[in-house]
Design a protein around this ligand. Structure first.
Ligand SMILES: Cc1ncc(COP(=O)(O)O)c(C=O)c1O
Length: 392
């Protein structure tokens, strides 16, 4: 039997570098390829770091400080209305950015379900690249599931696949489309995971970047179902919410049994998070003013995009996240990305670099480009105007 092509490809940015190698941009470059928030480091970070400097003199405990657990749990409780059900001690784990946690969670899912031979891990399609890396390194088949309104439609999967599934990566808001799962959608994913006995890795790092309606979360859905967090682990991060991608602080929260086993394994193999970085994160959890300002800046840029792009490329303002996902037609995203770089100096990611072909052989990202709205308003407007000039 031939194996399906691996979903664990080179980084989309390495693929992009290869795609545009040798091209000289005709205009001053504007890089909208990487989803790196650039609205600036919040003012409280310096003093918080200064006050915690002595922590650099200690090895950090892998699981995180008690203060970090309490702050993360309290924030989740406020944000998602968890009614005090999340135990800060047993239900929260600090991560060196959510990316490494998303990766190592796949390894733990493999350890947790040894009875599932031929294990599968489900991913959305398109997907954040680390999901496929986690699946492959865990020895699981990566099954990429494309959408239903841009969210993966898990109900279409054969029971045989669901039975051997050990985990699903389910993101909301999604990267790249910015689609948001409703509370009911999360509940149907939870019911499916409990019925077939697999973990949900809910990737919620864009939860605070929305257009006014805060997205529901997986932990919130579990609470609304009246039970505990069994099978549900939500991942979040200070990177997008607080413009701190360089801090490398994320966290996972939920199923205490999973977290206990995973925490024990991580105590052997995972990167620790420096104490001062956790202290900065605690101060970030306590402030929502900078988060609201952040949203305002993205809103301004989406309003500009609506003005400049409306009626073209299937543009719609996404409910969450900070990406544009534009249909550039049958010539495809790779061709558009090359032309945009060469003719206009605008760097974007071809959709096909974020996705794999479906069973019908078609790549759902093939006709798309992804644009990260991370630049200033002026430079974003300039880039989108140049884009219309090249592609419209
Ligand atoms: C969908 C998604 N999940 C997770 C991450 C990881 O973010 P971090 O490791 O900074 O928490 C990113 C970063 O771009 C992302 O786009």
């Amino acid at each position: 039997m031939s194996r399906p092509p691996s979903a664990f490809k080179a980084s989309p940015f390495a693929q992009l570098a290869e795609l545009i190698a040798g091209l000289t941009p005709a205009m001053a470059p504007i890089d909208l390829s990487v989803g790196e928030p650039r609205h600036g480091v919040p003012a409280f970070v310096g003093p918080a770091l200064q006050a915690a400097l002595a922590g650099f003199g200690r090895y950090p405990a892998t699981r995180g400080t008690d203060e970090f657990h309490a702050a993360a749990a309290a924030w989740l409780d406020r944000r998602f209305g968890l009614g005090g059900r999340l135990d800060p001690d047993r239900g929260v784990i600090v991560l060196n950015g959510s990316r490494e946690g998303l990766f190592s969670a796949a390894l733990e899912a493999r350890r947790r379900f040894p009875e599932k031979t031929a294990p599968a891990i489900l991913l959305p399609n398109p997907f954040y690249a680390v999901y496929a890396a986690g699946a492959e390194v865990a020895g699981a088949e990566a099954v990429a599931v494309s959408g239903d309104g841009d969210l993966p439609d898990l109900d279409k999967l054969a029971p045989e696949v669901l039975q051997r599934t050990i985990a699903v990566y389910y993101a909301s808001p999604t990267n790249p489309q910015g689609a948001v799962a409703s509370l009911e959608r999360w509940q149907s994913v939870i019911r499916l995971a409990r019925r077939h006995g697999f973990m949900i890795f809910a990737d919620e790092c864009y939860s605070e970047i929305h257009r006014g309606t805060p997205p529901a979360g997986a932990l919130e859905a579990a609470v609304a179902m009246g039970g505990g967090f069994e099978r549900v682990v939500a991942f979040n991060s200070l990177s997008k919410r607080s413009n701190l991608p360089g801090l490398r602080v994320g966290f996972a929260a939920g199923d205490p049994d999973f977290i206990a086993g995973w925490g024990a394994a991580r105590n052997v193999y995972s990167p620790q998070v420096p104490g001062p970085a956790q202290a900065v994160a605690i101060s970030a959890f306590a402030d929502e003013v900078h988060v609201a300002e952040n949203r305002r800046l993205y809103d301004e840029k989406f309003a500009a995009a609506e003005r400049i792009l409306a009626g073209r490329f299937g543009y719609r303002t996404p409910a969450g996240g900070f990406f544009l996902w534009l249909d550039v037609g049958p010539a495809g995203g790779a061709d558009a990305a090359r032309r945009l770089w060469a003719e206009a100096g605008v760097k974007v990611v071809p959709g096909a670099f974020l996705s794999v072909p479906d069973a019908d052989g078609l790549n759902p990202g093939g006709r798309y480009i992804r644009i990260a709205m991370v630049e200033t308003l002026e430079r974003t407007e300039e880039a989108l105007t140049r884009l219309v000039g090249v592609l419209a």
